[in-house]
Design a protein around this ligand. Structure first.
Ligand SMILES: *Cc1c(COP(=O)(O)O)cnc(C)c1O
Length: 345
């Protein structure tokens, strides 16, 4: 990758090793369950999340959508944060396609939902109310700054769900980043949840795909829903081959991205006019705002940086997101900081 692309970790290209594995992948028709590489990926993902089974889906959005649809009936409600990706950035798919009602409660700055808020949101038995069926958590929490939920907190929410005969779905798009930041196995973060989605195509560098994990019974339903949504893929082993490397190897190096995000954040905090929205990053995301001393809007800054071969994610009039990943090395971090420093003059 020639440009320094910090818009997201989704922009990360597959590694040379992935491309080789893709070229030589053993394949079959996965709708018939015949693709050995997809089957291997699904077994690996299930094991890593401490679940019975897993399903390869085209995206995190599809994983969350199927996860919710498989656990809720039309008219049921799913409790989630006001800043949840599923609420903000998935086109309301759970309502549009599943008739599922989102019941939002505030996210705390650390990405959590207060246990008391969840408990008050859960409806009692009453003919007027929808049935509260599902709680959604997100780890790492994207819009709260890439912050990390602990295993202990996740267990507490799971216990609350169980008490009310509800399920817990974890949007773990970047669960391996959370695991790396906490120094725990991803399965510890996933185990309390009934179901979990994680992305292969973000910091883990695979070109396409996410995994949805849960019980065998849940994955049976999920597999049917995936076909209904048009997401049944055929010789998907070509993609799964990259996914296996994503999980086995790329998940082990995320600490490097986190260290570079911290270096980037420290540098940005030292440039007059730029401020860290959420303090020092916990994982691979740096959110930056621009004060009035800078004469450019975020969009104008992005255009100027783009001329230097640097791409940043504009998230507001005067806000950016910078995300580190495999293709961002130390030199890219330094070059980015110099480019920002020139804008501050
Ligand atoms: C990226 C992301 C998703 C959706 O993944 P896509 O593969 O882009 O559809 C879901 N949840 C979170 C928290 C994400 O960051």
């Amino acid at each position: 990758m020639d440009v320094i692309d910090l818009r997201s970790d989704t922009v990360s290209h597959p590694t040379p090793e992935m491309r080789q594995a893709m070229a030589s992948a053993e394949v079959g028709d996965d709708v018939y369950g015949d693709d050995p590489t997809v089957n291997r990926l699904q077994e690996l993902a299930a094991r890593k999340m401490g679940k019975e089974a897993a399903l390869f889906v085209s995206s995190g959005t599809m994983g969350n959508l199927i996860g919710v649809l498989a656990q809720c009936q039309r008219g049921d409600e799913a409790i989630m944060g006001t800043l949840a990706h599923t609420f903000l950035f998935e086109q309301g798919g759970i309502s549009a396609l599943g008739g599922v009602f989102p019941h939002t409660i505030p996210n705390q700055p650390d990405g959590t939902l207060k246990l008391d808020d969840i408990e008050s949101a859960i409806r009692g038995e009453d003919v007027h109310f929808p049935i509260s069926r599902l709680i959604l958590l997100e780890n790492t929490h994207n819009r709260c700054g890439g912050v990390v939920l602990t295993p202990d907190y996740t267990r507490q929410v799971a216990a609350l769900a169980k008490k009310h005969t509800m399920n817990l779905h974890l949007d773990g798009a970047r669960i391996f980043n959370a695991a790396a930041a906490l120094g725990v196995e991803a399965s510890e973060l996933a185990k309390p949840a009934d179901t979990v989605t994680f992305c292969l195509s973000k910091a883990l560098c695979a070109p396409v795909g996410s995994m949805l994990c849960g019980s065998k019974e849940f994955i049976y339903k999920a597999r049917r829903l995936r076909k209904q949504l048009g997401g049944g893929m055929r010789q998907a082993g070509v993609l799964a081959a990259a996914g296996i490397i994503a999980i086995e190897k790329m998940s082990l190096r995320l600490g490097e991205d986190h260290a570079r995000a911290r270096r980037l954040a420290e540098g940005m905090a030292n440039i007059p006019g730029f401020h860290l929205d959420f303090g020092m990053p916990s994982t691979n995301m740096v959110f930056v705002s621009v004060d009035e001393s800078i004469k450019y809007s975020a969009r104008e800054i992005a255009e100027r940086l783009s001329a230097d071969g640097i791409k940043v994610g504009v998230t507001g009039d005067r806000r950016f997101r910078l995300v580190t990943h495999y293709w961002i090395n130390d030199a890219a971090v330094e070059k980015t900081l110099s480019a920002f420093a020139r804008l501050s003059k």
